[in-house]
Design a protein around this ligand. Structure first.
Ligand code: EPU
Length: 444
């Protein structure tokens, strides 16, 4: 992958990966006004798919291969979690991960690992399916809200799982899992995935009504089906799982990361220029590309990826986040950063997470004119922002602050970059390859 060998790239454990020495983990990112951007970058496999696919490997004994795995710290956390169950994992190439799943697993996910990454809750379903029991730490709240798992637990109970919440852990046990109809009050991505995975081991048919429709859900279904499961309708609001059949290990290449793709679209939107995103899957980004079109950014599907050009100043628009196929909540900080520099007044309504505007204070420190009222942000665009030291408050907000720095006078120094490294592979190297003035600097 381009930039993968960049010597300044902080990355996962080099002894495991065989990568060049990693930069100090506490580095900040320094960005100066940049543009126009030109060139191409390679988009990696979707973080939010790979984490669940890794969890799903525990469903069967044997040797799995996952390709196009980005070197990000959330993947490292999931690797540690699987190792704690007794699996063995190693990189066989820059982005190929081999997973050996033993016959016996220890179905215990510790607080130390789950508290590092909420997506760890994805192991609950597969551990239950494989071992008949699981003890997984409650993930608790995070950077943008309380993020309960009530829908996961209620669905598991319907399938015959006994759940006990005590001492900060979910203790789940099932002597028999039985297929059932499960209706979700909201199309939760994580709940849909946990139910799909546990239902592969349930007797009979499970139907998930109001299921999440994200491309990563369809990817998980493809993975499970390749393993021998029968999962029908993924990508639609009704998913049917005919459970109980034997499962086997597989080799799989996940969908590409639509959120990583959005980062580079936002970058070219703010800095101007013309870029190609190799490996991007434009079919997964239709609503976003329509919105970006309203904002003056031109995009076009090309063979093997997506082309984008920003010939003019961005124009403000109205944005409403929704579950897929709507505009994803994960794009929201990027879009707010773009609107901060657009011509006119933009209105952004966040419908998925109650508290996902926490980073806005950091953009305001950079001179942005944003007023947050409940779930809405009113953004009055400026010609230029003003570089400042800012803190990444979560994975996506961190990337948005970096991108905002491309359109800010002077120097922007983004701190707490561990959040960025959780979900964005080689952000600095890839932006630099497009001509951005950006580098890692020692933490201030
Ligand atoms: N919710 C509940 N109860 C539940 C489950 C969810 O109330 O049992 C609520 C949540 O609090 C939230 C809404 O439902 O308000 C949607 O949550 P969902 O379960 O869909 O999200 P998730 O599975 O926790 C995944 C992604 C997020 C992404 C959301 C929405 C992963 C690892 N995470 O989270 O991605 O924002 O779906 O699309 O897949 C990120 O990558 O940075 C990230 C946060």
């Amino acid at each position: 992958m381009p930039g993968a060998g960049s010597p300044e790239r902080p990355g996962p454990d080099a002894s495991r990966s065989g990568s060049p020495p990693a930069a100090p983990p506490r580095s900040d990112i320094l960005v100066r006004p940049s543009g126009p951007l030109r060139g191409e970058v390679e988009i990696g496999g979707a973080k939010n798919s790979i984490l669940k696919l890794l969890a799903a490997t525990t469903l069967a004994e044997g040797h799995f291969t996952l390709r196009r795995v980005p070197r990000i710290s959330d993947v490292d956390t999931m690797i540690e979690l699987l190792e704690s169950f007794g699996c063995r994992l190693r990189y066989g190439g820059d982005d190929v991960l081999h997973i050996d799943v033993p016959q016996q697993l220890s179905p215990h996910a510790s607080y130390d690992l789950v508290s590092r990454m909420r997506a760890s809750i994805a192991v609950l379903g597969p551990l239950l399916a494989r071992c008949g029991e699981a003890m997984v730490a409650l993930p608790g709240g995070d950077d943008f809200g309380s993020r309960p798992i009530d829908m996961h637990l209620a669905a598991l109970e319907r399938l015959g799982v006994d759940i006990d919440l005590s001492h900060g852990y979910v203790h789940a046990r099932a002597s028999t899992l039985k297929g059932e109809e499960v209706s979700l009050a909201w199309p939760s991505v994580g709940a849909t995935e946990n139910i799909m995975m546990v239902a592969t081991a349930a007797e009979g048919r499970t139907v998930i009504d109001n299921a999440a429709r994200e491309p990563e859900i369809a990817d998980l279904a493809a993975f499970l089906n390749r393993m021998g499961a029968e999962v029908l309708g993924a990508g639609s609001p009704t998913i049917t799982i005919n459970g109980g059949g034997p499962l086997r290990s597989v080799d799989h290449t996940p969908v590409s990361d639509r959120i990583e793709t959005a980062v580079y679209l936002a970058a070219v939107g703010i800095a101007g220029g013309e870029i190609t995103l190799r490996g991007a899957q434009p079919g997964h980004l239709r609503m976003l590309c329509d919105k970006l079109g309203e904002m003056n950014l031109r995009t076009s599907t090309i063979r093997g990826g997506l082309w984008a050009m920003s010939p003019h100043r961005l124009r403000a628009t109205e944005i409403v986040t929704l579950p897929y196929p709507g505009v994803a909540t994960d794009y929201q900080p990027l879009l707010v950063a773009m609107l901060s520099l657009a011509d006119g007044v933009g209105l952004v309504t966040e419908n998925v997470f109650a508290n996902r505007f926490r980073y806005v204070g950091e953009l305001i420190r950079m001179g942005a004119d944003i007023r947050v009222e409940g779930r809405c942000a009113i953004v009055r665009g400026k010609e230029r922002l003003s570089g400042a030291p800012v803190r990444a408050t979560d994975i996506r907000a961190g990337a948005a602050l970096v991108i905002a720095g491309l359109g800010a006078e002077g120097e922007t120094v983004v701190r707490d970059t561990r959040h960025i490294r959780r979900g964005h592979e080689d952000l600095v190297g890839k932006l630099r390859s497009l001509g951005a003035d950006i580098s890692w600097v020692p933490a201030g």
